[in-house]
Design a protein around this ligand. Sequence first.
Ligand code: CTP
Ligand code: CA
Length: 225
Amino acid sequence: EADLESKLPLKGKKILVTAGPTYEAIDPVRFIGNHSSGKMGFDIANEAASLGAEVFLVAGPTHLKAKNSLIKVIDVVSAQEMYDACHLHFNEVDAAIAAAAVADYRPKFVADQKIKKNTVEFSIDLEKTKDILSSLGAIKKNQFLIGFALETENEIENAKLKIQKKNLDLIVLNSLQDKGAGFKKETNKVTFIDKNFEIEPMELKSKESVAADILNKVILHFSKL
Ligand code: CTP
Ligand code: CA
């Protein structure tokens, strides 16, 4: 019994994870997207499941496959679909980790037919998408809520603002300055900042190892309850 608990410290826990990019339709054949591969979120989901957690993995368009039967993948395309899927499951989970690169804006109108080229210049009106993580922070009860932050200036200050604005327990700040960190890479250089603004810079390491570090924070949180 004690042995099982130490090997599967998240057994009985449910964790919501978001992963990948979102695609925001322009017309039937075009979209606005980003270069997120989904790897960070899938690594988090795989690590959580290997520690015994039941995982809801809400994933934007990616070719990655989940490796564990404890992971329920919910495929979505747009930010609105990701929002809806997250809210469907948030009430029943013990923790949520938002690793998705959600589009901040989407076309205000989606054309029914493929847009034809004619004028020299062309522009698309955009409107804000809903901030999924903020919306979860606003309704959270006991859920341990973890977000990511990607900043290119005033990193720590901006990340702290995101903790407050989104009511997070922990933020994982991605450092883009370091070569080898970020989109389409196998490695990540992150800094953890908790809700008390305690700052913990981590070494450059594989995304799998970053995932393990994040799940250690989750385990530590549950062990204090
Ligand atoms: N996020 C989200 N829904 C959005 C936008 C972002 O859930 N519509 C989440 C991301 O998954 C990430 C966190 O919010 O965990 C921070 O994303 P980031 O892009 O760094 O910050 P934003 O709040 O979008 O602000 P900005 O892009 O202006 O820095
Ligand atoms: Ca953003």
